[in-house]
Design a protein around this ligand. Structure first.
Ligand code: PLP
Ligand code: COI
Length: 341
C-alpha cells in the first residue's frame, strides 16, 4: 500500500473523506458487534433525538507516525473514559472502553495510507462520536444510538501554526456552573459558534471564557484549556468544574513535573492575576500547545512578556517534549502510547 498523494505539509485543520469509518448501533439495550464501512453518510429519522434535542457527544484524538516509522495513538483509553462520562451526563448508553480502543485501532489500520508521514507537521485526527438516532418528540433520551468513528488528516488548528495568537475576553458564557462544560457534548460547541464567529469578525483568533457566575476566573477557550507560566517558571492551569478535563493538559502537567522538573499548580486563576504571567498557551488535541501572545480585554491589551511575538521558552519546551513523546523521540510514561500494528 502507498501513502495517499496529499500535500501533507500544507493541509489545514479541515475534513477530508477517508476510506473507512467504524459504526456500531445500540438497540434494545445493547450494542451490535460493530463494523467498518465505506459509507460516509448517516441516515436517521427526521425526528432523531440528535436533530431535535442535540443528544450527541464526541471525542478527539490523533494518530502519529513516529521517528522510526511506527503508527501510534496517544492515550486513547482516556478518551474512552471521558466519553463514558459524557454519555452518562446526557443519559446515553456508554460505549465500552475496550471496544472504543478497538474501534480506534481498526479505523487507523483501515486508513493507514492517510496517516501523515513523520516530520510533515500533519497528523491523523480521529473523531469518535455518538448520537441518539431514533425518534423522540417529547423531551426524553433516545432508545437507539449510533457510535461512529472517522478519521481525517489535519494540519495546525490555528492558521500560522505556532505563531502566538491573539484572543479576547468573551462577553458570552460557555458553560454554567453545574451544567455540561466538563463533558464533550455537541451542545457546548453549538452555543460557542456565535462567539467564535464574532471574535473572528473582530480580528481575534479565539475567545477566553470566564466563569459564568462571577466573571472573575479564567475558564478555557472554545476548544482548549489554558496553561500559564509564572516569572519563576511555575506552570499554572485553571481548576474548574465547568471546563473540559483536557487529556493534553493532564499529560503536560506530568511532562512539566517529571520531564522538565517544573513546579505545577492546578487552581482557580483570577483574571486579574493574568498580567503577572509571562507566557500563556492553549492546550488540546487539536491545538497541541498554541502560544497566546496577547489577550484583549475590551480594548485593554495584556501582552505576555516572554511570548508576545514568538513562542515563549517554557511553552516551547513543553510542546517539544510532548510532541517528542508522541512521535517516539522521547520515551513515554507507561501506557501513554498505543501502537497500531
Ligand atoms: N477544552 C475543550 C472545550 C475542548 O473541546 C478540548 C478538545 O478536546 C479541550 C479542552 C482539550 O482536550 P484534549 O486535550 O483532551 O483534546
Ligand atoms: C480537539 O482538540 O480534539 C477538539 O475536539 C477541539 C475542537 C475544537 C476541534
Amino acid at each position: 500500500m502507498a501513502k495517499k498523494d496529499i500535500d501533507w505539509s500544507n493541509i489545514g485543520f479541515g475534513y477530508m473523506k477517508t476510506d473507512k469509518r467504524y459504526v456500531s448501533n445500540y438497540k434494545d439495550g445493547s450494542w451490535d458487534e460493530g463494523t467498518l464501512t465505506g459509507d460516509d453518510t448517516v441516515v436517521i429519522s427526521e425526528c432523531a433525538a440528535v436533530l431535535q434535542y442535540a443528544q450527541t457527544i464526541f471525542e478527539g484524538l490523533k494518530a502519529y507516525t513516529t521517528v522510526d516509522g511506527r503508527v501510534v495513538c496517544f492515550r486513547p483509553d482516556l478518551n474512552a473514559e471521558r466519553m463514558e462520562d459524557s454519555a452518562k451526563r446526557l443519559e446515553m448508553p456508554t460505549f465500552p472502553k475496550d471496544r472504543f480502543v478497538d474501534a480506534v485501532v481498526k479505523t487507523v489500520q483501515a486508513n493507514i495510507d492517510y496517516v501523515p508521514p513523520y516530520g510533515s507537521g500533519a497528523t491523523l485526527y480521529l473523531r469518535p462520536y455518538m448520537f441518539g438516532s431514533d425518534a423522540v418528540i417529547g423531551v426524553k433520551p433516545a432508545t437507539e444510538y449510533q457510535f461512529r468513528l472517522f478519521c481525517t488528516p489535519v494540519g495546525p488548528y490555528f492558521k500560522g501554526g505556532v505563531k502566538p495568537i491573539t484572543i479576547r475576553i468573551s462577553d458570552f458564557d460557555r458553560a454554567a456552573p453545574h451544567g455540561t462544560g466538563h463533558i464533550k457534548a455537541g451542545l457546548n460547541y453549538a452555543m460557542s459558534l456565535h462567539a467564535i464567529v464574532d471574535a473572528h469578525n473582530q480580528g481575534f483568533d479565539e475567545n477566553m471564557y470566564l466563569d459564568a457566575a462571577t466573571r472573575t476566573k479564567v475558564e478555557e477557550t472554545g476548544g482548549a484549556n489554558f496553561l500559564f507560566v509564572t516569572k519563576d517558571n511555575k506552570i499554572v492551569t485553571p481548576k474548574s468544574d465547568s471546563i473540559l478535563p483536557s487529556i493534553t493538559r493532564r499529560s503536560l502537567m506530568v511532562v512539566a513535573k517529571d520531564y522538565l522538573g517544573l513546579e505545577v499548580e492546578q487552581r482557580e486563576v483570577l483574571f486579574e492575576e493574568v498580567p503577572e504571567f509571562v507566557e500563556c498557551g492553549l492546550c488540546g488535541t487539536a491545538a497541541v500547545i498554541s502560544p497566546v501572545g496577547c489577550i484583549n480585554d475590551h480594548g485593554k491589551e495584556i501582552k505576555f512578556a516572554n511570548g508576545c511575538t514568538e513562542m515563549g521558552p517554557v511553552i516551547k519546551k513543553l510542546r517539544d517534549t510532548l510532541t517528542g513523546i508522541q512521535m517516539g523521540q522521547i520515551g513515554a510514561p507507561d501506557g501513554w502510547i498505543k501502537e497500531i500494528k
